[in-house]
Write a new protein. Structure first.
Length: 214
C-alpha cells in the first residue's frame, strides 16, 4: 500500500515542476540565464548613455567663447558614418539568419562585412576627432567639447570592443562550428551591436542634426 501511494505522489510533484513551474526545480539552463543576464548588461549600458546625453544637453552651450556645434560638425561626413553603421546592423542580422542555418561561408562572409562597415564608421569618427583637435577644439577647450568627446568617444569605445568581440566570434565559429553555446554568444553579440546602432541614431539626431540646425 505504501509503495502504491508514494509513486503517484512523486510523479505529481515532478509533473508540477515541469508543467506549471511549481515545486522544487534546479537552476535554469544557460539558454535562459545568459540572455537574461546580457539584457541586464545592455539596459545598464543604456542608463550610462542616458547620463552622458543629459550631461551633453546641459553643457552644449557652455563653449567658453570657443567653436560651436554649427562650426565644428559636418553633416555630410556624419551621414556617411551613420549609413555605414546602419548597414552593418542589417548585415549582422543576415549573419544571424545564416548562422541558424549552419551555413559557414555565408555566416563568415556577413560577419566580415559587418566588421568592415564597423571599421569604416570608426575610421570616420577618428578622422573627425583628429580634425577637431587640429582646428583648436580639443576636449579641454570647453565644457561643451568635453561632454561631446566623452559621449561620442564612449560610443566609439563600445564599437571598438564590439569589433574585437566580432573577431573572436568568427574564430570560434570557424574552429568549433555552430554549437549551441557559440550561437548563444553570437546572439548576445548581435543584441549588443544593434543596441549600439540605436544609441548612435540618438547621437546623430541630438548632437549632429539638431546641433547644426540650432
Amino acid at each position: 500500500m505504501t509503495a502504491g501511494i508514494e509513486a503517484p505522489m512523486v510523479g505529481l510533484t515532478h509533473g508540477a515542476s515541469e508543467d506549471t513551474g511549481l515545486g522544487q526545480r534546479g537552476p535554469e539552463s544557460k539558454s535562459i540565464v545568459v540572455p537574461y543576464g546580457f539584457w541586464l548588461f545592455v539596459l545598464s549600458d543604456m542608463v550610462l548613455f542616458s547620463a552622458l546625453f543629459a550631461t551633453y544637453a546641459t553643457l552644449v552651450h557652455a563653449n567658453d567663447g570657443g567653436p560651436t556645434t554649427s562650426q565644428l560638425f559636418h553633416r555630410d561626413l556624419v551621414a556617411v558614418e551613420t549609413i555605414a553603421l546602419l548597414l552593418s546592423s542589417f548585415v549582422c542580422g543576415l549573419a544571424m539568419i545564416t548562422a541558424k542555418r549552419a551555413n559557414m561561408i555565408w555566416t563568415q562572409g556577413w560577419l566580415v562585412l559587418t566588421g568592415l562597415l564597423g571599421l569604416v564608421f570608426l575610421s570616420i569618427e577618428l578622422y573627425e576627432f583628429a580634425s577637431m583637435v587640429a582646428e583648436g577644439a580639443p576636449p579641454q577647450r570647453s565644457a561643451f567639447l568635453s561632454a561631446f568627446f566623452t559621449l561620442v568617444g564612449c560610443h566609439g569605445l563600445h564599437i571598438t570592443c564590439g569589433l574585437l568581440w566580432l573577431g573572436t566570434m568568427m574564430a570560434q565559429i570557424w574552429a568549433k562550428g555552430f554549437q549551441q553555446h557559440i550561437l548563444r554568444r553570437l546572439l548576445c553579440f548581435s543584441v549588443f551591436w544593434h543596441a549600439l546602432d540605436i544609441i548612435w541614431v540618438a547621437i546623430f539626431t541630438i548632437v549632429y542634426l539638431i546641433g547644426t540646425l540650432s
